[in-house]
Structure formats: C-alpha cells, structure tokens
Design a protein around this ligand. Structure first.
Ligand code: NI
Length: 174
C-alpha cells in the first residue's frame, strides 16, 4: 500500500487559484492514480465534498467529489478536464469553499447539471448531477477555470468578503 499524502489547502489570495489549470493529456499512470487518491485524502481531512487540484497547489484540470463525505465508496467521483455541457433549472443554497474558510453565501446554481469529463484511467464519460452534486460539478469546474463561488455573488457582497479576507491577511489570520 502506497503512503497517502494529505496536502494543505491553498487559500484565496494565492495566484494558483485564479489561473486556468492545465489540461491533462496523460492518463492511467501511477503518478495520476496517486495524486487522485491523495486528493480524496486531503478532501476528507478537510471535511470537504469537493476538491480541485489547484486547491492543493497543482495547476492541472483534476477534481474529486464525494457528496457522502467518505461514507459511501460508490459516491467517489473523479472529473478530469471537466466541462459542464448542460444545465437545467435553478437552485439557491448556501455554499462554502475550503479555500475561503469561514465564509458561506447563498449561490445560484443549476438544479441539474451534466458534466463531461475523463476518469483517472482516461475514459471519457458524462454524468448528470442533481442538487448538491450539480452544485459540486459547477463549483469544482469553476475552480479549474480560476473562479470561486464568490464570483457568482453581487459585486457588493464579493467586495465585502474580499475586504474581510484582506484584513485577516494583514493581521496574519489568513
Ligand atoms: Ni471550493
């Protein structure tokens, strides 16, 4: 059994989070399998339901999702080079992000979303998600495009959160 690694989560303010992550072109190698498993470990350690590779400082288009938070092994989803290819309806729920700890806001997302992506073996697939899963597909794909949930808020709300974060950065609390 290979040793698992729990990566620290990169927080808002780091440039790796606002860059468009790089497309994955090589699949099914040991390095990618280990990275994906380490991403699940890092996500579970942080009690998240989704994690994008740039949130651990790796600018590659890879995200992991588990809306069961580790309770159901079948709920583990790997999306590589993901694209949201269809959206339907709307949902309004509170959303947070491991890279923006302490802030939660209501965000508009599609009620249903279909993602097209590759798995860790390089097999292309499409998957429909509803509710929290649709939200996770959108949230993680946003990350790989350099976006945060706060990009979906009003300028006023977003600026307020950014100001609070900058204040915490100055006092060394971020
Ligand atoms: Ni996030």
């Amino acid at each position: 059994m290979k040793r698992r690694m729990v990566y620290p989560i990169v927080k808002f303010g780091d440039d790796v989070l606002t860059a468009k992550a790089e497309t994955v072109t090589t699949f099914d190698d040991a390095e990618l399998q280990k990275l994906v498993e380490d991403m699940f470990e890092s996500m579970y350690a942080a009690n998240g339901v989704g994690l994008a590779a740039n949130q651990i400082g790796i600018s590659r288009r890879i995200a992991v999702i588990d809306t069961s938070v580790g309770k159901d092994p079948k709920a583990k989803i790997v999306i590589i080079n993901p694209e949201i290819i269809a959206r339907d309806g709307k949902q309004y729920e509170e959303e947070g992000c491991l890279s923006i700890p302490g802030f939660r806001e209501t965000v508009e997302r599609p009620a249903k979303a279909i993602v097209r992506a590759f798995d860790a073996k390089g097999k292309e697939f499409t998957m429909e998600g509803e509710g929290l899963l649709a939200r996770a597909f959108c949230h993680e794909t946003d990350h790989l495009n350099g976006m945060f949930f706060i990009n979906h808020l009003s300028t006023l709300k977003r600026d307020l959160i950014k100001r609070k974060i900058r204040k915490m950065m100055r006092s060394g609390e971020w």
